[in-house]
Each structure stands twice: as C-alpha cells, then as structure tokens.
Design a protein around this ligand. Structure first.
Ligand code: G3P
Ligand code: MG
Length: 250
C-alpha cells in the first residue's frame, strides 16, 4: 500500500538534542532550559533506570563522562545519584547541577508546552524492564497532556516492552549506521510512527521509500546548516541538532 498524504507527525521539525547539545550539560534541566530559551519547541533526551527503578536522564551506562560519580548509574538509587554533580564536567558555572528525573522533566516540559522525545537508553542488559517502566511512567506523567511524548530506542527489545506497557504512546525506531533492508518489517512489528535515522546514511531515496510506506522520518544529529537545508527539501519530519543557537533562526 502506498500513501500520498504526508506521514502523521504531530511534533515540531527541529529538536534540541539532549536538551542543548553542547551549550549546557546534556540531559540536565539547565540544558532543557537553554534549548527552550533559544526557541526550541521539542527536546530529545536519554532515559534509563536507577537501582530503585526510577527513570533518570543519562546517556551513558557509566557516570564518569558526565558527572563526578563513577561506575554504573544503575548501581545507585536516585537518592544516591542526587549527591553527584552533573554539571562541572562541562563548565564550572554549572557546578552542582543535579541528576534530572523523568518526573521533574515532565513537569518542566508541560509547564512550557514543549514536546518531548524520550529516548529509552537501557543500561546494558536491562532492556525489557527499562522499556516497560519508562513507558509506564511516561503514560502516567503525560496523562493529561495533549502532546504525548514520542518514545524511541535503538533497542527493539526495549521498544517492544514499551509497546506492551503503553500501546497508545507513539514510537520511533532508531537506527545507527546503515539502515537494515528489512526496516519496514521491523517498524511494522513495533507499530512505529517514525524511523529515526543516522544522518550519514540518509538518502533522498530512503526518505521517499519510508514516506511511501507511511512513516515519518527523523534524522540525528544534524549540525551543518547546508545539510539541514537539504534534509528540509527532502521533507523529513524531524531533525535533531546540537546547534541550538545557530539553528534557532533557521
Ligand atoms: O535520538 C537521537 C540520538 O540521540 C541518538 O543517539 O547517542 O545521541 O543518544 P545518541
Ligand atoms: Mg539520544
């Protein structure tokens, strides 16, 4: 079956990657505030579970790169993680920046009417429980919102668990590297709204094929203005960027 209409995409086109990419500590409230202050109406962030199964914002399994903690975040409770500094690694002016929970983020996003892409980023080995609990938490936190968050993941196992836990929340399947030839079957099995593609591997033919199949296409992470313009001529639905200052006016 082919679709001539535009794929369904109830979100803005430009998405602030990890809140504000490079300008504030990624995945913290400072980053979200920074992206929003530049005029962004949608934010992407990475979510995994603390030891006590609280959804928290963090990209890596380990704490070293983006905090003064060490070891796996999944080995600490939320209360323990709250003792670490998630800001100084980027700049002293962010000293004392706390870990951000999904619950706090959801209040901020709804207060400011900001759309969200929750990237489910399970600690290695925790795919099923993370997909299920993050989706369940998101369904509850956004239950009164007119703009439901898009759940995405590189982990098809996590997305399948999310679908089971909160079937009504929209889903996007992330690919890193070349797009597998069976993308349509994978997206269909997970009931996806979008395919979220690695910028290097996106061609106009691929975008057209995905549109024909009825999927929205989003591209990560685009920091070059010429590439942004090209992707726009191809009518991709979503573009993730770290360039929240330079791209704000584009
Ligand atoms: O969701 C898009 C993008 O964030 C995926 O890659 O590693 O930045 O989480 P990463
Ligand atoms: Mg991400």
């Amino acid at each position: 079956m082919t679709h001539n209409a535009r794929p369904y995409w109830p979100y803005p086109q430009l998405i602030a990657h990890r809140g504000a990419g490079l300008h504030a500590p990624e995945n913290t409230l400072s980053a979200m505030r920074f992206g929003v202050a530049q005029g962004f109406k949608m934010i992407e962030f990475d979510v995994k579970l603390s030891r006590d199964a609280v959804p928290i914002l963090l990209h890596d399994d380990d704490l070293e790169r983006t905090s003064n903690g060490s070891g796996r975040a999944a080995d600490y409770s939320l209360a323990e993680l709250q003792h670490f500094d998630f800001g100084s690694w980027l700049d002293k002016k962010f000293a004392g920046e706390p870990i951000l929970s999904l619950a706090t983020l959801s209040r901020f996003a709804q207060q400011h009417t900001i759309a969200c892409n929750i990237e489910i980023k399970p600690t290695t080995g925790d795919e099923v429980v993370t997909g299920a609990l993050v989706a369940k938490a998101a369904a509850q936190l956004w239950q009164h919102s007119a703009c439901l968050p898009l759940l995405s993941s590189f982990s098809e196992t996590a997305l399948a668990a999310a679908k089971l836990a909160a079937p009504h929340l929209p889903r996007g399947l992330l690919f890193e590297g070349p797009v597998p030839s069976d993308w349509a079957q994978r997206a269909q099995a997970l009931g996806c709204l979008s395919l979220n593609l690695d910028n290097q591997y996106v061609t106009q033919e691929l975008v057209q094929a995905m549109h024909q199949a009825g999927y929205a296409v989003t591209v990560w992470t685009v920091n070059d203005a010429q590439r942004l313009a090209e992707l726009r001529t191809w009518q991709v639905e979503g573009i993730f960027t770290d360039q929240v200052i330079d791209f704000a006016e584009l």
